[in-house]
Design a protein around this ligand. Structure first.
Ligand SMILES: N[C@@H]1[C@@H](O)[C@H](O)[C@@H](COP(=O)(O)O)O[C@@H]1O
Length: 245
């Protein structure tokens, strides 16, 4: 596990964008796993800049997003589909036929999840999976539980997650109670993982995830078992682990 501690959010975002862009330049046909939430917004901004100013070419990559609320329509500004279009896809030369995000309006959820896994498998292994972390240690929308789901599945969102994500909605009541998410095995099957965390409110969970025991009660703790993980933190998110390194 490589841990980078950057001075602030901007430096964390630039480091993440540099690593992701290097992956794309080295392997233009990379399969990239993408994350949403507040944390990677700065990374996407930097990637857009790299596309515009440094010829970063997205035309051959394939992408799979970690998750999507359920139910939610693509044109809902809170959907992760909308987020990805706004933050990245509308601004770079990506081939939208190679972009994959779970369908938040799927009628047959079991089939949607199965198809998503099949598409990931058919694309080959994910080259680099970007991750954020929930304040409760969730990755994607894999919530703390007595046991974790391996593959893409429908999740009942944790009260803590609904609370945390309500800041993006007009009210708590508007936050969908469910989501579709890659499973922990889907995530762990990626060749490389890159987790970003920013801010004091992530400091404790970062410490528990990377230095504590491996437990389904902290889904991010499973990252300790992966052979190629890069963690990029700003100073605040690193404040609990720094004294221990
Ligand atoms: N499902 C997403 C996660 O993929 C994300 O990593 C996490 C942290 O979000 P934020 O970056 O806004 O703190 O919560 C969301 O609920």
């Amino acid at each position: 596990m490589r841990i980078y501690v950057e001075a602030n959010y901007e430096a964390m975002s630039k480091k993440a964008a540099y690593i992701l862009s290097s992956q794309i330049r080295l392997e233009p046909q990379s399969v990239i796993g993408l994350a949403t939430g507040g944390t990677p917004v700065g990374m996407y901004k930097e990637l857009v800049r790299m596309h515009k100013e440094e010829d970063l070419d997205f035309s051959e990559i394939t992408t799979f997003n970690l998750d999507e609320y359920y139910p939610i329509a693509k044109d809902n500004p809170q959907s992760y589909y909308y987020y990805m279009m706004e933050n990245l896809f509308n601004h770079v030369n990506i081939d939208l036929s190679r972009v994959h995000i779970p369908n938040g309006m799927a009628q047959d959820v079991a089939k949607e999840c199965e198809n998503y896994e099949t598409m990931i498998r058919n694309a080959g292994r994910i080259s680099l999976q970007v991750l954020g972390i929930g304040p409760n240690g969730h990755i994607g929308f894999n919530e703390p539980d007595a046991q974790l789901e391996p593959y893409t599945h429908l999740v009942d969102l944790d009260e803590k997650t609904i609370e945390a994500n309500s800041r993006y909605f007009n009210s708590r009541e508007e936050v969908p109670k469910q989501a579709l998410s890659m499973g922990v095995k889907t995530i762990m099957s990626a060749k490389k993982l890159m987790l970003l965390a920013s801010g004091q409110n992530k400091a404790e969970i970062i410490k528990e995830s990377i230095m504590g025991g491996i437990t389904p009660e902290i889904p991010a703790s499973f990252l300790q078992l992966h052979p190629d993980v890069t963690i990029i933190l700003d100073k605040e998110a690193a404040s609990e682990v720094l004294p221990l390194l």
